[in-house]
Design a protein around this ligand. Structure first.
Ligand SMILES: NC(=O)c1ccc[n+]([C@@H]2O[C@H](COP(=O)([O-])OP(=O)(O)OC[C@H]3O[C@@H](n4cnc5c(N)ncnc54)[C@H](O)[C@@H]3O)[C@@H](O)[C@H]2O)c1
Length: 480
């Protein structure tokens, strides 16, 4: 017994001599090497990438695939729930990227600081029977909050926006960046890659070919008829019967719904979307590295059509979108499809733009009502009414219309109307000033198509949307 204790002591002395670091730690009462004592703080050189919404159905596989990307050196995972678990899990993969997790709005800025590429799959997905547009009220507020963070912490980052409805969230992001003075249309890209991935797969099925050999340009937007596959421009060149064209177009346009229905309430495409998002992000990183000839389809600020945003083939470079290719020759079927797509897309873009300008209307209304309350002349008639009633009432305080509502003080008094009209003019100015950075909604678009809807909503501001983290989380809980 005594002999074996001696042997153990001798081995401990030897091991302490051979491993002084462990010896020191043991002296401090610690038996294990702690993570913070590890020397390695970074892996391979590369880009810094943040995923916002990293704990979600898309976010998790996307995070895993980005951790495997050799061009990524630092990976930031941000969400309002569950990021510690996802981060711990993914950080054990023996690939080069170093992973950090960030939880909740108070850590958003840390998550974003210094990023080269920000990928946003945050928000709620569709359930059966819903269109992508039905997600607008929740996801619009989420995207706005996240983009405000990007403006502040990494205004030069390339942004890959996945949250639906992409046709509206990209215009929302553009407006947020414009207001912050950081808008660079080349760096904001709506991810429509899944439509291309599906198109390649479905066309390959029809032709009996390997999908990796197929390249289908898909233009327009990312919802229903706005998804327009250009089957006349498939590479390698091939032809389709009318029946095949109709089948393929419809399947590509409804690919998302096919998944939503098959998942029967458990969400929308997540795995194929993560694959598509990584394919697109990888293209962006190669372009950032300076690789030539990186061409992908994306929903971007565009002059290819009269619409301010449109998805088409773009060449990516160090600054994001460096060239936008024209649509090329379309056949009759595609021309008809294009007109349908533009009609619907125009409305979705307008909705996104007015979401942000709408909130500036609300602010202006607030400012107007504040002045109206403080401006004594504004309530002249109210005072006169008060005095008249007070003369006949023993309880004047009870008859005076004390209310937090500005209309209670101002009623339909002309000064209030004048205030509203000032707000209206200011909003028109805001709208026009947003059009200074072409390509976006131009003054012409504003005066021809937009202003009446914008201006009427000034007198009766829209109900508040679900903004930011807390509201959106409540909404998410209700939906799930
Ligand atoms: N562009 C496309 O082709 C495409 C394809 C499929 C899905 N989508 C869209 O992607 C979005 C995400 O889909 P999903 O299936 O991963 O949904 P999900 O509900 O599984 O995950 C969304 C994640 O976003 C997080 N989140 C919510 N509010 C947030 C906030 N304020 N900040 C950060 N994170 C927040 C949630 O906590 C959740 O983890 C949906 O809007 C969906 O419609 C887009």
């Amino acid at each position: 017994m005594q002999a074996s204790a001696d042997v153990n002591q001798r081995i401990a002395r030897l091991s302490a001599h051979l491993n002084p670091l462990m010896n020191n730690l043991q002296k401090e009462g610690s038996t294990n090497l702690r993570q913070e004592n590890c020397r390695a703080k970074g892996g391979s050189p590369g880009f810094k990438v943040a995923i916002l919404g990293a704990a979600g159905g898309i976010g998790q596989p996307l995070a895993m695939l980005m951790k495997m990307n050799p061009l990524v050196s630092v990976l930031h995972l941000y969400d309002v729930v569950n990021t510690p678990g996802v981060t711990a899990d993914i950080s054990h993969m023996d690939t080069g990227a170093v992973v950090h997790g960030f939880l909740g709005q108070q850590q958003l800025e840390d998550a974003l600081t210094g990023m080269d590429l920000v990928i946003i799959p945050a928000g709620v997905p569709r359930k059966p029977g819903m269109t992508r547009d039905d997600l607008f009220n929740i996801n619009a507020g989420i995207v706005r909050t996240l983009c405000e963070g990007i403006s502040k912490c990494c205004p030069k980052a390339i942004v890959n926006l996945i949250s639906n409805p992409v046709n509206s969230t990209v215009p929302i992001a553009a407006e947020v960046f414009k207001r912050a003075g950081t808008y660079d249309p080349r760096r904001l890209l709506g991810v429509t890659m899944l439509d291309v991935v599906r198109a390649n797969t479905f066309v390959a099925e029809v032709l009996g070919l390997d999908p990796r050999d197929i390249d289908v340009p898909v233009v327009g937007g990312h919802a229903g008829v706005t998804i327009l596959p250009l089957l006349s421009q498939v590479k390698p060149p091939c032809s389709f019967t009318q029946e095949e064209t109709e089948y393929l177009t419809s399947r590509i346009q409804n690919g998302g719904t096919e998944v939503v229905e098959a998942k029967a309430g458990a969400g929308s495409a997540t795995l194929s979307m993560a694959y598509a998002a990584v394919k697109f992000a990888d293209a962006c990183l190669h372009a950032l590295r300076g690789d030539a000839g990186v061409i992908q389809c994306a929903f971007v600020s565009s002059q290819v059509t009269e619409l301010p945003f449109f998805a088409s083939r773009v060449r990516l470079g160090r600054n994001g979108v460096e060239e936008i290719y024209p649509l090329g020759p379309l056949n009759e079927y595609e021309r008809v499809g294009l007109e349908k797509a533009k009609k619907e897309l125009g409305g979705s873009i307008e909705k996104g733009v007015s979401f942000t300008t709408g909130s500036s209307q609300t602010t202006l209304n607030g400012v107007a009502s504040f002045f109206c309350r403080c401006f004594p002349v504004a309530s002249f008639f109210q005072w006169w009414r008060f005095l008249r009633v007070a003369l006949v009432s023993p309880f004047p305080a009870l008859v005076f219309p004390v209310s937090s509502s500005s209309s209670a003080f101002c009623g339909d008094f002309p000064v209030w109307t004048a205030m509203k009209s000032t707000a209206r003019t200011a909003t028109m100015v805001t709208l026009n000033s947003t059009s200074s950075n072409r390509p976006t909604l131009s003054k012409d678009n504003v005066s021809n198509n937009l202003p009446m809807s914008q201006v009427t909503s000034i007198s009766s501001p829209p109900p508040p949307q679900a903004f930011g983290t807390q509201d959106s989380m409540e909404a998410i809980t209700n939906l799930h």
